[in-house]
Design a protein around this ligand. Structure first.
Ligand code: PLP
Ligand code: COI
Length: 384
């Protein structure tokens, strides 16, 4: 999926709703089948208060499901039920053999529904599945699962200009009868979607606070760099502790020495230093964020700034940080006003009460590309 363009169409076979998984081999569409897909795409939007959505689950009509057994993937199909009956011995239930991805679809200014860099989510899930001894989801299956789910739920994709988006959650879990500690005999790949608003408080771009607490998210050579479900179970308590301190989210330092910045519980960190450079913490135990990678590219290419990925010794360098931002699919780019560490609140741009101009510019650039408002010379967006 390389090349340039603006909202290019995904290059995967489109399977009409209700006709997926029929096992008939290569799909030849009848006119009424194609009409079924187009009808879904043009269905009237749901009656939601789009501008006031939070980040919570809203059930839509259809989701995608495929199963792996004996080395073979099923074709995959859209299913109606949001429930997943699984065997009580499933490795996902006991041993956290589970991984997931998160990306968004947005309505573009021209009405297309755009995905943002889904190929990177696919590649990242591939790395995670290797680490957790799970079968790789083939790229065509991953992309078709996303495409079919989004198309089938087009009525749930927030309208252009609403500030909301359709969050897409592909995930893979180990299922089937098992007891001992070993990879599952079967796996289920699913994709569901939910319309969402901002992950943290407020709408659009609003300031958040982070707090360093006395818990680690990852271990050296552990799962930090992978989008494993286990990382998030382990982080629940840290988030709760951070909230008790008045922050929105935990900020993690490196697990070996607790000196170097890692990331927040659901987002990577990007810093604008007082010397004008954009710095992002480098570490083997942070999740390589698609958003961060994109923001670093935009800072260098469009803003002409010097960008560096390197270890950042937090307390030694905190006075050199002018703007502090958290970035991720859910977080987009969230300016961080204050960070609490060892009983002290460190404040960034505008005494922690204003959004820094570089954070604002990066947010504007990124979201303009995601919504098709700005030329996408990188080929990051893909129309479903
Ligand atoms: N770090 C963690 C721990 C996350 O859960 C996420 C969310 O996906 C990110 C960073 C941001 O990654 P991305 O920009 O790919 O969504
Ligand atoms: C995302 O940004 O996609 C995430 O996975 C964050 C999640 C913990 C809500």
């Amino acid at each position: 999926m390389s090349g340039h363009g603006h909202g290019r169409l995904l290059q995967y076979p489109k399977v009409p709703i209700g006709f997926a998984g029929h096992g008939l081999g290569p799909l030849v569409f009848l006119n009424h089948e194609l009409a079924a897909v187009e009808n879904e795409m043009n269905a009237p939007k749901k009656d939601l208060d789009w501008g006031n959505l939070g980040f919570s689950y809203i059930e839509t009509e259809l989701r995608f499901s495929a199963r792996w057994r004996d080395g073979v993937w099923s074709e995959g199909e859209l299913v109606a039920s949001a429930e997943m009956p699984v065997h009580e011995g499933s490795t996902v239930l006991h041993y956290a053999q589970s991984c997931f991805e998160g990306l968004k679809a947005q309505t573009a200014v021209n009405g297309d529904i755009l995905l943002f860099r889904p190929d990177l989510n696919c590649a990242r899930m591939g790395r995670t599945t290797q680490r957790l001894l799970m079968p790789q989801v083939p790229e065509a299956l991953f992309m078709r699962g996303i495409q079919e789910t989004v198309r089938a739920n087009a009525a749930w994709v927030p309208p252009y200009g609403s500030g909301a988006s359709l969050y897409i959650r592909p995930f893979l879990v180990g299922v089937g009868e098992n007891l001992g500690l070993r990879p599952a005999p079967e796996f289920e790949f699913r994709v569901f979607v939910s319309p969402v608003g901002p992950y943290y408080k407020g709408g659009g771009l609003s300031l958040i606070d982070l707090a360093v607490v006395d818990l680690d998210r990852a271990a050296p050579k552990g799962l930090g760099a992978f989008k494993a479900g286990a990382n998030y179970a382990g982080g629940l308590m840290a988030t709760q502790m951070a909230k008790e301190l008045g922050a929105q989210e935990a900020l993690y330092l490196d697990p070996a020495e607790h000196r170097f910045l890692e990331e927040a519980g659901s987002a990577n960190i990007v810093l604008k230093m007082k010397d004008g450079t954009i710095v992002t913490p480098e570490s083997e135990s942070i999740l390589p964020s698609v958003t961060r990678r994109s923001v670093m590219t935009l800072a260098a290419d469009v803003l002409g700034m010097k960008t560096v990925a390197r270890p950042v010794e937090f307390l030694k360098e905190v006075a050199d940080i002018e703007e502090f931002a958290a970035c991720g699919t859910a977080a987009v780019i969230s300016p961080v006003g204050r960070v609490r560490s060892e009983d002290t609140w460190h404040r960034f741009y505008g005494n922690g009460e204003a959004i820094g101009p570089v954070t604002q510019q990066l947010y504007d650039l990124l979201t303009a590309i995601q919504k098709g408002e700005r030329e996408d010379p990188y080929g990051w967006t893909h129309a479903v």
